[in-house]
Design a protein around this ligand. Structure first.
Ligand SMILES: Nc1ncnc2c1ncn2[C@@H]1O[C@H](COP(=O)(O)OP(=O)(O)O)[C@@H](O)[C@H]1O
Ligand SMILES: [Mg+2]
Length: 243
């Protein structure tokens, strides 16, 4: 049994079918890449997995063999699947360390000195400890991306869902982000990563899925998938290989 089993997810918004019958599985500790043109349903897929804001019209998701059908968003996070959003969703008025503290599960006692020490240790893994007391709205784009990921990790997930973690980053920052994701994965956390930055997908993913108009267009070994003529035609024609 895979850690995550996604079976036939379908979601419509009025007449628009944003996802149609999408199925895949994710093993413990695996990295799965997810690509596809804008509007192909990638972020919607993360919404369906986490029920933020709502779940699918049809299909099912099993996490550790347990159906998510009757689970609410906070229960899914507690069961071990946590996402970061495509847009910045830090609490800009809170300090960097407070962002971590509000995301820590209550059993790690965020209100105590031990809790703050744990939050600072997490920040130092991301080189953010030096700005712990700055308002998170004041720090740079790359640091905010790292803070969003650190905040997700404070929830101690088994599966981390990353929605375009490299968007808006410079080339050296993309390289640093690849390294950072690799380190997170090395701790045994499985990752699904949505990206347009093909070098990142090739560097990290064991499998790659390409969505198009809400359906799986291609899947398999990343280097095969990016050469698939259907993928080149629908998608990669418009994306620079070295973006
Ligand atoms: N809440 C919503 N209401 C209406 N349409 C939506 C909503 N969310 C997404 N869509 C539409 O669903 C399609 C897939 O969107 P999305 O999953 O955000 O694409 P991607 O992340 O691949 O760029 C798009 O056509 C988008 O406009
Ligand atoms: Mg998106």
């Amino acid at each position: 049994m895979a850690l995550l089993e996604v079976d036939g997810l379908t979601k419509s918004f009025g007449a628009l079918v944003a996802l149609r019958g999408v199925s895949f599985s994710l093993e413990a500790g695996e990295v799965l890449g997810l690509a596809g043109p804008n509007g192909s349903g990638k972020s919607t897929l993360f919404n369906m997995l986490t029920k933020i804001p709502t779940g699918p019209d049809a299909g099912d998701v099993r996490l550790d063999g347990q159906s998510l059908k009757n689970m609410r968003a906070h229960q899914i996070a507690r069961a071990g699947m946590v996402r970061i959003f495509q847009t910045e969703t830090d609490f800009g008025d809170l300090s960097v360390v407070e962002n971590i503290l509000v995301s820590m599960p209550s059993d790690s006692k965020p209100g105590t000195k031990a809790g703050r020490d744990a939050a600072m240790a997490l920040l130092s893994e991301f080189d953010l400890d030096g700005m712990a007391d700055q308002a998170s709205g004041q720090i740079g784009v790359f640091d905010r991306k790292k803070l969003m990921i650190a905040t997700a990790l404070a929830r101690q997930p088994k599966i981390l869902l990353l929605d375009e973690p490299a968007a808006g980053l410079s080339k050296p920052e993309v390289a640093a982000m690849i390294e950072l994701i690799r380190q997170i994965n090395a701790k045994g956390i499985a990752i699904v990563v949505i990206e347009h930055v093909i070098p990142l997908l090739l560097a990290l993913s064991e499998k790659l899925i390409v969505l198009n108009f809400g359906e799986v267009l291609a899947r398999g070994a990343p280097r095969d998938v990016v050469r698939d003529p259907a993928v080149v035609e629908a998608y990669l024609g418009s994306v620079a290989e070295d973006a």
